[in-house]
Structure formats: structure tokens, C-alpha cells
Ligand binder design. Structure first.
Ligand SMILES: Cc1cc2nc3c(=O)[nH]c(=O)nc-3n(C[C@H](O)[C@H](O)[C@H](O)COP(=O)(O)OP(=O)(O)OC[C@H]3O[C@@H](n4cnc5c(N)ncnc54)[C@H](O)[C@@H]3O)c2cc1C
Ligand code: SF4
Length: 277
């Protein structure tokens, strides 16, 4: 396998596609390559191609979660989401760009079961063990999106700048379909360069997990208040980060037998987040 380190975004984009994949911190991609779940002939290292750092509301895609969690310019919901993600070592390597594009943690998918998301016909999780899985958007694939920061960015109404367009975080994700089983709308050679994160009047991120540290969200709830309006973004409840207007939206959840408990957790965390704001 070849490793390239292009000097800027333009060269990086030109080097992507046709068996070449973007490599940032490598905390998700390297294990996937090691386990043979993802294949690549060439890795395109983004260290010189993608901005890194925080300047007011602008955040470079190469900024690490460790940098975000301590910067006072960053809204509390995003800082807290980063601080509660993964472990200190992973947060020192993992970038926000890579975090938004991380793959599902569904163990059937990670263990290479020929499930629907891998191009097969069935979702093994639905018939099998699915305690960590989704309560919304789970008709075809019941995986639960693992990113805490993505839920915070959704509640904050953040925008994403790529090498070719600008879109909201809400537009970045979409439920996988039979035609395209990806959860992001980005092209294979499209790079996330920068985020623009509006400053709310108040925001918070609350996370229910199996351990107090170093665990993916069973349910993560981000809330952001802009004037009288409060927006919520949820992690761990759908194949993509999931927006709700209030706890009433949980009445429309479609939990699996083993994920019904998540509805109760989400309801409690939304109430707590609302009080905190
Ligand atoms: C044990 C463990 C526990 C974890 N726990 C949590 C958790 O609790 N909460 C949570 O939110 N996350 C968690 N994570 C995920 C972790 O935060 C991500 O792996 C990390 O943020 C990914 O960033 P990276 O820079 O290492 O990405 P990489 O591994 O380098 O890349 C990941 C993907 O993003 C693509 N990519 C990277 N940068 C860009 C870019 N700029 N534009 C377009 N595509 C890009 C890559 O091609 C690849 O497909 C955990 C990970 C591990 C291994
Ligand atoms: S939840 Fe999605 S990734 Fe997991 S087995 Fe079902 S189709 Fe595959």
C-alpha cells in the first residue's frame, strides 16, 4: 500500500478515488483496513491538505477532538461531546473531519457479516442482538450513529465546507437506501475542509453510556438555544445523527424489542438538557 502526503487540498482531491482513501488521524480507518473491512491501494494523508485549528466560529476539519474540547471559542455542546468521546489517546489523534465520517460500530458489520449495509439482503441485527441499535430510521439498517460531535453540530446548526460545496450538517447525512448504502452525501473523492459553528446563547451535551468513560453513546443528546428556539441533536438512536424538536417526537420512534429502553433514556436526557438551558 502506498502512502501519499499531498501539499494542499487540490492535490489531495486529485489523488482520491480509484482505490485511494483519505487518511486523517487513522483511528477509525486503520483498524478497518487491518480487519479487511475496507480496502485501499493508496492512503492520502490529509495533514497538509485540510485546515487545522479554531478561529471564532470556523473549525478546520483537521482539528483534533482534544483541541476542540478545551477551546473556549467552541460552544459548550461541542466541547462536551468531544470531551466525552473515546479516550484521551484517541481524541489526540482523531480529527473532527474523520469523526463525522466514521463508520458504524454495528458488530455484525465490523465482523463482516454479509448484512444489508455490506450489500446483502438482511439486517442481522434486527433478528439478532441489537441492544446498541437504533430507535429511528431503522427500516433497512438498524445501526446507531456513533458520533457524539455530529449530534452537537446538528443541534448547533453547523455548516460544512467541502472542496466543492457548502451544506448543513443536517444535509451531510441521509439514511442509506437500496441505491446508495452510504450515510453521507459526499462523493468518494470529496474532502471536508472546514466547519462553521454558530454561537448559541446556551448549549449542552448529555451522554448515556455503558461506562463513565471510553464508550460510544447509547444515547447522546445535544441541545442548543438560540433566543427562544431550542434545537436537539441525538447520537446513538438512528443510522445517522437525528434531529428532534422536542421529547414529543419520541412518540414516533420505531424501537426494536431490544432498544425500547433507549426511548426512555432519550426522553429523560432531553428533559434534563432542556432544564440545563
Ligand atoms: C475505541 C474507540 C472508541 C471511540 N469512541 C467514540 C465515542 O465515544 N464517540 C465518538 O464520537 N467517536 C468515538 N470514536 C471514534 C473516533 O472519535 C473517530 O475514530 C475519530 O474521530 C476519527 O477521526 P480520524 O481523524 O482518526 O479519522 P480517520 O480514521 O483517519 O478517518 C475516518 C474516515 O473519515 C474519512 N476522512 C477523514 N478526514 C476526512 C476529511 N477531512 N474529509 C473527508 N473524509 C475524511 C476517512 O477517509 C475515513 O473514511 C471511537 C473510536 C475508537 C477506536
Ligand atoms: S444494523 Fe446495519 S450494519 Fe448492522 S447488521 Fe443491520 S444492516 Fe448491517
Amino acid at each position: 500500500m502506498e502512502l501519499r502526503r499531498p501539499p494542499d487540498a487540490q492535490h489531495a482531491v486529485a489523488a482520491l478515488g480509484n482505490g485511494s482513501l483519505a487518511l486523517a488521524g487513522g483511528t477509525d480507518l486503520v483498524p478497518l483496513l487491518r480487519d479487511g473491512i475496507v480496502r485501499a491501494d493508496t492512503l492520502v494523508h490529509l495533514a497538509d491538505a485540510v485546515p487545522r485549528g479554531i478561529d471564532g466560529t470556523r473549525i478546520g476539519a483537521g482539528t483534533t477532538l482534544a483541541e476542540l474540547e478545551v477551546d473556549p471559542q467552541v460552544p459548550a455542546a461541542l466541547r462536551e461531546a468531544c470531551a466525552q468521546a473515546a479516550s484521551p489517546q484517541l481524541r489526540s489523534m482523531g480529527t473532527i473531519g474523520g469523526n463525522l465520517r466514521q463508520a458504524t460500530r454495528c458488530w455484525y458489520w465490523r465482523l463482516r457479516f454479509p448484512c444489508w449495509l455490506h450489500g446483502g439482503e438482511v439486517c442481522h441485527a434486527k433478528a439478532g442482538q441489537h441492544r446498541e441499535h437504533a430507535i429511528f430510521g431503522n427500516e433497512r439498517c438498524a445501526s446507531a450513529h456513533p458520533s457524539d460531535p455530529a449530534a452537537a453540530l446538528l443541534a448547533l446548526g453547523a455548516r460544512v465546507r467541502t472542496d466543492r460545496r457548502e451544506l448543513s450538517v443536517a444535509e451531510l447525512y441521509r439514511l442509506p437506501t437500496d441505491e446508495s448504502r452510504d450515510v453521507v452525501v459526499l462523493a468518494p473523492d470529496e474532502l471536508v475542509l472546514e466547519l462553521d459553528v454558530p454561537l448559541p446563547d446556551a448549549s449542552v451535551y448529555l451522554k448515556a453510556m455503558d461506562r463513565k468513560k471510553w464508550a460510544f453513546p447509547l444515547v447522546g443528546v445535544a441541545a442548543a438555544r438560540f433566543g427562544d428556539r431550542v434545537a436537539f441533536g441525538l447520537a446513538g438512536v438512528a443510522p445517522i445523527p437525528w434531529a428532534v424538536d422536542s421529547a414529543d417526537d419520541l412518540d414516533r420512534a420505531t424501537p426494536l424489542p431490544g432498544t425500547a429502553y433507549k426511548v426512555q433514556i432519550a426522553r429523560a436526557l432531553i428533559a434534563r438538557a432542556f432544564s440545563a438551558l
